[in-house]
Design a binder for this molecule. Structure first.
Ligand code: C2E
Ligand code: MG
Ligand code: MG
Ligand code: MG
Length: 283
C-alpha cells in the first residue's frame, strides 16, 4: 500500500495511527488544562549525607493527579510533554512550585535544604531559560544557592559549546548543576572536566547489583573516584537496602537517594520526615 506511506499525509487515515494521533491530541489538551486545574503535584525524595545521615536536600518529582486515571507517574506523560512542547509550561510550573515550597519551608524553620529539579532537553536549550529561572527566584524569594538543576548526559552532548555556555550562565546565577542518570549516556570524560557542574548522580542501574556484581562495584567505585578527583560531589540514586548503603558509605559516596531512606513523599510527609530525622537517619 504505497499511498499510506506517501508524503501527502495519507498515513493519518490508518485507523491505528489516527486513534493514536487523537490520543496524543487529547492528552496534550488535557495536559494544558491540568496546569490550570492544578492537577500536577510535586513529591520530594530526600537526599541524605552518607557520612552524617543529615537530609541535605530533595529531588522534586512530578505526578499528575488525573481526575479519572488517578496518580499518573511521570514516564506516562513527560515524554509526550517533551514531544509536544508542553514541557515548557509544565517545566516552568515545576520550577516555580519547587522554589515556592522550599522557600515556604525555609520560612518555617526547615532551612538549608537544596531542591533539585529535573530539566528536559527542550527546557535546557530554551533561549529564555535564564530569564525564566531568574523570574521564578524573584517571584518566590528563594536564593539561587538552594536550587539545583538535574540534566542528563543526552542533553549535554547535543551541542557541546552551547551546552557549556548555558551551564556557565546557570552556574553564574548561583545554581548547582548535577548530571542525572550518570553512566547510562554518552558523555565524554574529556568534556566532563569542562562542564561547570557540581555533582554526578550515578544511575540506579549500577546500584542495583553493586553487591552482587564485581563489575558494577568496580564501575561505581571508579565513578566515585573520578568525581572526587574532579572535585565533584557524587550521589547514588535507587539505594534500596542497608548492604548497598554500607557499601557506598565505605566507598565514600557523598550522598544517597533511594527507598532505603524514603520514597518520594508528598510535601507534608516530606516535612514530617525531615523534622523527625533532624539529627541522624539509620546509618
Ligand atoms: P530521575 O530524575 O532519574 O528520578 C529518579 C526516579 O527513580 C524517580 O522516579 C524516583 O521515584 C525513582 N527512585 C528513587 N529511588 C528509588 C529506589 O530506591 N528504587 C526504585 N525502584 N526507584 C527509585 P519517578 O518519580 O517515577 O520519575 C521518573 C523520571 O521522570 C525521572 O527520573 C525524571 O527523568 C522524570 N521526571 C520526574 N519529574 C520530572 C519533572 O518535573 N520534569 C522532567 N523534565 N522530568 C521529570
Ligand atoms: Mg532526576
Ligand atoms: Mg536519575
Ligand atoms: Mg532516570
Amino acid at each position: 500500500n504505497v499511498k499510506s506511506e506517501g508524503r501527502n499525509g495519507y498515513q493519518f487515515f490508518k485507523p491505528s495511527i489516527q486513534s493514536s494521533a487523537i490520543n496524543r491530541l487529547s492528552m496534550e489538551s488535557e495536559m494544558r488544562k491540568a496546569i490550570e486545574r492544578e492537577e500536577f503535584v510535586l513529591h520530594y525524595q530526600p537526599q541524605v549525607d552518607t557520612e552524617t545521615g543529615r537530609v541535605l536536600g530533595m529531588e522534586a518529582l512530578i505526578r499528575w493527579q488525573h481526575p479519572d486515571k488517578g496518580m499518573v507517574p511521570p514516564f506516562h506523560f513527560i515524554p509526550l510533554a517533551e514531544d509536544t512542547g508542553m514541557i515548557g509550561p509544565i517545566g516552568e510550573w515545576v520550577m516555580h512550585e519547587a522554589c515556592r515550597q522550599n522557600k515556604a519551608w525555609q520560612d518555617t524553620g526547615l532551612t538549608g535544604l537544596k531542591v533539585a529539579v529535573n530539566l528536559s532537553a527542550r527546557q535546557f536549550s530554551d533561549r529564555q531559560l535564564l530569564g525564566k529561572v531568574d523570574k521564578v527566584l524573584d517571584q518566590t524569594g528563594l536564593h539561587s544557592s538552594f536550587l539545583e538543576m538535574e540534566i542528563t548526559e543526552s542533553i549535554i552532548m547535543n551541542d557541546i559549546e552551547s551546552t557549556i555556555s548555558q551551564m556557565e550562565h546557570l552556574s553564574e546565577m548561583g545554581l548547582d548543576l548535577a548530571i542525572d542518570d550518570f553512566g547510562t549516556g554518552y558523555s565524554s570524560l574529556n568534556y566532563l572536566k569542562r562542564f561547570p557542574i557540581n555533582k554526578l548522580k550515578i544511575d540506579k542501574s549500577f546500584i542495583d547489583d553493586v553487591i552482587k556484581s564485581t563489575n558494577d562495584a568496580k564501575i561505581v567505585a571508579a565513578i566515585i573516584g573520578l568525581s572526587h578527583n574532579l572535585s565533584l560531589k557524587v550521589i547514588c540514586e535507587g539505594v534500596e537496602d542497608s548492604d548497598q548503603h554500607n557499601w557506598l558509605r565505605k566507598h565514600k559516596c557523598n550522598e544517597i537517594q533511594g527507598y532505603y531512606f524514603s520514597k518520594p513523599l508528598a510535601a507534608g510527609e516530606f516535612e514530617r520526615f525531615v523534622r523527625e530525622n533532624t539529627s541522624t537517619l539509620k546509618l
